[in-house]
Design a binder for this molecule. Structure first.
Ligand code: F6P
Length: 412
């Protein structure tokens, strides 16, 4: 039986003065040598044979990116190489397994020097193979279940196991693929820190650091102008970034989805400070925060099959605060700055531990499990357990109590 083949695409390995081809930008960096693209075997069955003894694992990154993804990829590739295994990268989420992008070889060489880089060399997407938008002859988009095709392609490529790195959406897909027989191990990823079963996710520490730096900078300008500054941070359903950054950055008001606010209470806090001679205030608001009895502010329609895009709360809130208090109020949205750039050392280390642990989990045949931090150890937990209850800020948690004790108002 023929095994799946690897074609060496020399175009990306071209040396010297040839102008870079546009495809190069879509590929993991290979500093030397060609990028090897994995192709299905002619027989359509890439099962392991004596001619192809090495275990082949694949890795994909899905959902919004998070600083530390490259450190996961690097650690997984190097750990697998140590075991004599081969690693392949699925490009652009799961697109590479549906013929809409490539599956490329990842070697020690191709992950050299990426551990400190933000983003993901594999690119990412939010595509769900169980609800894949498919353009119909009449131009309309219809959701199609392409999971069987994905699994067939995976096997035809001779791949043995998949490491999927993603948040709740990717984990739900991983669980369903696992139930259909695919050998899957997951790595949790989200800057929002809203995945259960793990103390934290990589990317969160970096995002909080970016937000704290913004709060520090806003303090000096707010104080100079006697202004109220409203900073909107990410956190669609969970307010961890706002809470941690607000508490660490000594914000005056922190608004999170888990504690609906009363704008009157927010203004009371600002005016109490004003009367005490503190003429400025810093309000940190999670994008998904909402008033009591109200809903989160939504920014336009979302793409088909995608979660709704929340945001715009900072601007609306700033206007309301200004009207109610008479104090000059400005707003800004920190947005994707929280997701981009260099991961902190904490995130790099956690991501490295997760990447290595994922390979270990494959070695242990922990199919349908997610690697997780349960301090001080990295453990594995069934994905199905993780999905039972999303992680949210507990309003009675000591971080919330500490914030309140140090003067933070939650507007409740
Ligand atoms: O990664 C999760 C998250 O950061 C949410 O807090 C936010 O709503 C969302 O991503 C925005 O992502 P995008 O702009 O890529 O759709």
């Amino acid at each position: 039986m023929a095994s799946a083949g690897i074609e060496h695409d020399l175009s990306d390995g071209a040396q010297a003065s040839a102008p870079p081809k546009s495809r190069t930008a879509r590929r993991p960096r290979a500093k030397t040598g060609p990028v090897a693209v994995l192709k299905p075997s002619p027989s359509g069955d890439g099962r392991r044979t004596s001619a192809r003894a090495a275990t082949r694992i694949a890795i994909s990154t899905g959902g919004g990116d998070a600083p530390g993804l490259n450190a996961v990829i690097r650690a997984a590739v190097l750990s697998a190489a140590d075991l004599g295994w081969e690693t392949y990268g699925i490009m652009r989420g799961l697109h590479g397994l549906l013929g809409e992008d490539e599956v490329v070889s990842l070697t020690r060489e191709s992950v050299r020097g990426i551990g400190h880089l933000g983003g993901t060399i594999l690119r990412t997407s939010r595509g769900n193979p169980f609800h894949w938008p498919s353009r119909q002859p009449d131009g309309t988009l219809v959701d199609v279940d392409r999971s069987d095709e994905l699994i067939a392609n995976f096997r035809a490529l001779g791949l043995d196991a998949l490491v999927t790195v993603g948040g709740d959406g990717s984990l739900a897909v991983a669980q369903r693929l696992h139930e259909k027989g695919l050998k899957v191990v997951a790595v949790p990823k989200t800057i929002d820190n809203d995945v259960s079963g793990t103390v934290t996710t990589f990317g969160f520490d970096t995002a909080v650091g970016v937000a704290v730096e913004a709060i520090d900078r806003l303090h000096t300008t707010a104080e100079s102008h006697d202004r109220v500054m409203v900073l909107e941070v990410m956190g669609r359903e969970a307010g961890f970034i706002a809470l941690h950054a607000g508490a660490a950055g000594s914000a005056d008001v922190v608004l999170i989805p888990e504690i609906p606010y009363d704008v009157e209470k927010v203004c009371e806090k600002i005016m109490a400070r004003d009367r005490a001679g503190r003429k400025f205030s810093i309000v940190v608001v999670a994008e998904g925060a909402h008033p009591k009895g109200g809903a989160a502010s939504v920014v336009g329609p979302s793409a088909p099959g995608q979660p709704k895009r929340v945001g715009g709360i900072a601007d609306a809130l700033a206007q309301e605060i200004q009207e109610r208090t008479g104090k000059e109020t400005r707003s800004l949205v920190l947005g994707h700055l929280q997701r981009g750039g260099v991961p902190t050392s904490y995130d790099r280390l956690l991501a490295t531990r997760f990447g290595a642990a994922a390979v270990h989990a494959i070695h242990e045949e922990k199919w349908g499990h997610m690697v997780a931090l349960q301090s001080p150890n990295i453990v594995t937990v069934p994905i199905v357990e993780v999905l039972k209850r999303p992680k949210r800020v507990d309003p009675s948690h000591d971080t919330v109590r500490a914030a309140r004790a140090t003067g933070v108002s939650f507007g409740d």
